[in-house]
Design a protein around this ligand. Structure first.
Ligand SMILES: Nc1ncnc2c1ncn2[C@@H]1O[C@H](COP(=O)(O)OP(=O)(O)OP(=O)(O)O)[C@@H](O)[C@H]1O
Ligand SMILES: [Mg+2]
Length: 522
């Protein structure tokens, strides 16, 4: 018996009357319930709207339809049938349409919860968590997590059997690990497809399993399995942040736990647009060699009530299943902008999604490290900024002169040029107020210019490109000053250097309408 089966067994044995199983994996919980009913020597029935009531025949190992004159697909009939049983486990599949907003059925369930019966359990299953408020105290909710390593090993063995694959030895550890985050059916399909494609199931098939997993995760719409090419070498400056990440990364070492360390929870990167927040998030994946999942908060918010909360729970479950992992929530404020109107326009959905996320942040025990980025501070819910939610809040400012040198060198090298062929120092001096993204653009622009002139790129090309660029910091001067003030008491500087004072050039600069989009105080 695995952990979930044991939990279910204990609940049924303890005479818990109503259990809700939250899972997509029908066959998995059928198997669990069959196992529990066998252990406890109880009859096991299943009802669903299409097939009516079926009884598990333990000797023959199949379900037999329960014949009756009445319409057994009628939910009321199913409940009456359950009431007439002496000892059983009765599973109602996808029952929520008959339960939600149906006061009679809710009352019936409440009565069942209060009945003085022994050895009878009513289980109802559905793919997502949704329970009428009135039943919250009467129902035990069992959310099935994604299969763990041992579950997947069992699936691997099942797939191996018909193919006569010798599995006398242990399966490849990485192969099984690669399937974490897949449901049982998905893992079975992934192993089978990999076998069909390569005629074997070894460590060499890891990329095939990962590819299948990427597809499955992408289908969710709000999560993406990300393969970052970027490393910390690609990030110029931000030495405080880099040092913090290096040090805290050691919290995932095997010996760290014994030493008394806990897993790092996560960080929030706030700051000016184009300063390397997203870039750093990607680079953390490579620094720690953990899979990186990108969560799109905007897409979490589905159209149907309850769906958004289900989406976030599902996303967090996947991140936990593939842990140790990094959950990158880019531009977290975009998803949270409804928070100010929560309770009115969006019916509190945003607040509930945030609540689910924050509770998870607080209680999570699995090594999932969250990297959340934001540049619109005014839209961030204060709950997110409260101490203890994340390990640290970093403010990412415009690069200092020394940092601009590093960034220019990185982008020149990336284009196959030698930084020593350029007067990096003077270019860095000249580009005061430029963000990393603008420096990257400057290098690109200079390359275009040189190519057009049919020359090799020279210092003058970059210098001219700098002159021609009007950096965002000029138009956003006021905003940046306010942002720095805001960050002083609330965040740690990502950079080791003091930020440079900016000259106010923005007074007579006409602002584009789109600029308000990135303006953290609008
Ligand atoms: N510190 C840096 N070092 C090297 N390159 C940088 C740096 N900052 C920005 N860049 C370049 O600019 C690009 C855009 O930066 P990035 O997407 O990380 O900005 P951001 O801070 O997330 O901005 P936004 O707030 O607009 O999302 C990066 O892909 C990188 O090429
Ligand atoms: Mg970004």
């Amino acid at each position: 018996m695995n952990r979930q089966e044991k939990e279910l067994y204990n609940l049924v044995k303890a005479n818990v009357k109503l259990i809700q199983i939250v899972s997509y994996e029908t066959l998995r919980f059928h198997g669990m319930l069959i196992g529990v009913s066998r252990e406890l020597k109880r009859d096991f029935f299943i009802w669903n709207r299409v097939e009516g009531i079926k009884k598990w025949n333990a000797a023959e190992r199949f379900f037999v339809a329960v014949e009756d004159e009445d319409d057994s697909s009628n939910p009321s009939f199913a409940i009456d049938f359950y009431k007439n049983q002496k000892e059983c486990i009765f599973l109602l599949e996808d029952f929520y349409p008959d339960l939600t907003e149906n006061p009679r059925m809710i009352k019936t369930f409440r009565n069942i919860a209060g009945e003085n019966t022994q050895n009878k359990t009513l289980v109802f299953s559905q793919p997502f968590l949704q329970l009428p408020k009135e039943l919250e105290k009467d129902v035990h909710i069992l959310e099935l997590p994604y299969p763990d390593f041992d579950d997947l090993k069992a699936i691997y063995n099942k797939v191996c059997e018909p193919h006569n694959i010798s599995n006398s030895g242990e399966p490849d550890h990485e192969l099984i690990e690669a399937a974490l985050g897949l449901t049982i059916m998905e893992a079975e399909k992934a192993f089978s497809l990999a076998y069909i494609e390569n005629g074997q199931l070894t460590g060499a098939e890891v990329p095939l399993i990962i590819r299948e997993k990427e597809n499955v995760i992408k289908k969710s719409g709000y999560l993406e399995y990300y393969h970052p090419k970027e490393t910390m070498e690609d990030v110029g400056g931000l030495d405080n942040l880099k040092e913090w990440l290096r040090k805290r990364g050691r919290g995932f070492d095997k010996s760290a736990k014994e030493f008394g360390l806990t897993y790092p929870k996560g960080i929030l990167l706030l700051g000016i647009p184009g300063t390397g927040k997203s870039l750093t998030a990607k680079a953390v994946g490579n620094l720690w060699h953990f899979p990186l999942l990108r969560l799109d908060m905007g897409k979490i918010f589905g159209g149907i009530v309850g769906e958004s909360e289900n989406n976030i729970r599902q996303a967090l479950k996947i991140a936990e299943a593939i842990s140790p992992s990094i959950l990158w929530i880019d531009e977290i404020e975009k998803g949270m902008s409804g928070i100010s109107s929560s309770g009115s326009t969006d019916g509190g959905t945003t607040a509930r999604v945030l609540g689910t996320f924050l509770t998870w942040m607080q209680e999570k025990t699995k090594p999932v490290f969250v990297v959340a980025t934001a540049n619109n501070i005014s839209q961030l819910p204060p709950e997110l900024l409260r101490k203890g939610r994340v390990d640290e809040i970093f403010f990412v400012d415009l690069p200092t002169e020394k940092e601009r040198e590093e960034i220019l060198k990185i982008h020149l090298k990336r284009k196959g040029r030698h930084p020593k062929d350029f007067d990096i120092k003077s270019l860095a001096e000249k580009s005061k107020g430029f963000s990393g993204a603008e420096l990257e653009e400057v290098v690109k622009e200079a390359l275009f210019q040189a190519y057009d002139e049919e020359k090799e790129i020279e210092n003058s090309h970059i210098s001219t490109a700098i002159e021609k660029t009007y950096p965002l910091s000029h138009t956003m001067h006021e905003t940046i000053v306010k942002m720095r003030q805001w960050a002083k008491s609330r965040a740690v500087s990502a950079s080791k250097d003091e930020p440079e004072k900016l000259e106010d050039k923005g007074k007579d600069v006409p602002k584009l309408r789109q600029e308000s989009y990135n303006n953290p105080f609008i």
